[in-house]
Write a protein that binds this ligand. Sequence first.
Ligand code: MG
Length: 280
Amino acid sequence: MKIARYLKSGEPTIGVVIANKYVADLSPMGLDSIYTLLEYYPKSIEIAKEVVNDVEGVNLSTFGEVEFLPPIPRPPKIICLGLNYRDHAEEFGGKPPKEPMLFSKAPTAVIGPDDEIETPTKLTDYEVELAIVIGKRCRHVSKESAKDHVLGFTILNDVSARDIQFKDKQFFRSKSFDTFAPIGPWITTKEGIGDPDNLDIECKLNGYVKQKSNTSNMIFGVYDTVSFISKSVTLEAGDIIGTGTPSGVGSMQKPPKFLKAGDELELTIQNIGTLRNVVV
Ligand code: MG
């Protein structure tokens, strides 16, 4: 099941995606925002399932009638893994980390599908990532029970200002400029994702494939990652975890290719969809 947030007649609404063509409004079921859905998770997912199973009489909109919004407009936290694909660690000239390497992005950097990415420096770069969406608060959770605390998955573009990343001693500023966290186009629930550690992942820049891999190439899998983070930091409903990016980022192209005004990015992950943004 796919949970989308969108503008319908100017009002933020949540719904489920039907047949990759329509969204079914969940607000008549009392689910008036993504935060309400999270508050009543996992019961809210059972309610949404009833809508999917019986769309007769449900208020459907076509994709053309709505404007998709970031599935979580202001996550409590955005935590990311650095160098979680061996080939990306190698292109950066580093060794794969022995345990997950964590950094964070400012929640105010979030934008949604088709929103514009700003380029505050000339060395702004893209990174396609599978993002975990936490559904239920957890702390000190095992790998086995981590799944119970995950709502689902979306796509994150971990936009990065490389000049600042390499100049500062840590990543926060370079990863946190406004517009540097496009997420979407919606959340695929964990029941609908298949094996999250085996999904094709790709990033196209102006129609050309720049990154192409599979999440099976991640060093640390998604539930290992949730368990690991929860041993240091309490995870809360709505938190987003970026699981790292494969090789092919712009700064490691020969010659390097950074984002510039007019560029179009299309990030695709199997069983989720495509997150498109343009650069200004
Ligand atoms: Mg990244």
